[in-house]
Design a protein around this ligand. Structure first.
Ligand code: 5GP
Ligand code: MG
Ligand code: MG
Length: 183
């Protein structure tokens, strides 16, 4: 038997259809809020890529896109708060309306660092948007301007989110079977 990614999925938390509808709503809201302006969307690699691609197409005002890659020091599934920039922006930020796009806000440490960093580059405005929010694990208070879904404290994969660089291409948000994590 050929192994399918679906065999590793315990259950679907947010379906493809739910994602599609919610992202359409978010796109409409963002288009209204920024009417008459242009946005520079900053996607945080790599988890935000798939969400950002769909969100950008749900927005009907001009959008430029750029990416940053960061890594938090320390291994494991939780971040340490010490963030290192692996790839910086290609675009300048000064005077632009910036919308940071994240896959998930967990401890909030990565986002907290990123927002401070971008703020220091003097944008005209700075807001953030996340597909998922896991408030139970928050370590620093971060203001989320646009939130797709608030979820309980599960490790989730799919729609951009990985486990060991796999499962990003699942077209839904799911929870893996415990056996997947066993060596
Ligand atoms: P924070 O700095 O908010 O703790 O970490 C955010 C990053 O940790 C996310 O961008 C994501 O890469 C990773 N992360 C946090 N929770 C999850 C999760 O449930 N699933 C996956 N795949 N990654 C997560
Ligand atoms: Mg992220
Ligand atoms: Mg990851």
């Amino acid at each position: 038997m050929i192994h399918s990614m679906m065999d590793d999925v315990e259950r679907v938390l947010i379906s493809t259809e739910e994602l599609k509808q919610r992202i359409a709503d978010m796109g409409r809201q963002i288009s209204q809020d920024y009417a008459g302006k242009e946005i520079l969307m900053i996607g945080v690699l790599r988890g935000a890529v798939i969400f950002m691609a769909d969100l950008a197409r749900a927005i009907d005002i001009p959008v430029a896109i750029d990416f940053m890659a960061v890594s938090s020091y320390g291994a494991g599934t939780s971040s340490s708060g010490v963030v290192r920039i692996l790839k910086d922006l290609d675009e300048t930020v000064e005077g632009k309306h910036i919308l940071v796009v994240e896959d998930i806000i967990d401890s909030g440490l990565t986002l907290n660092y990123l927002l401070d960093n971008i703020k220091s580059r003097k944008p005209a405005s700075l807001r953030m948007c996340t597909l998922l929010n896991k408030p139970e694990r928050r370590k620093v208070n971060v203001h989320i301007d646009y939130n797709g879904f608030t979820i309980p404290d599960h490790f989730v994969v799919g729609y951009g989110l990985d486990y060991a660089e796999k499962y990003r291409n699942l077209p839904f948000i799911g929870i893996l079977k415990p056996a997947v994590y066993e060596p």
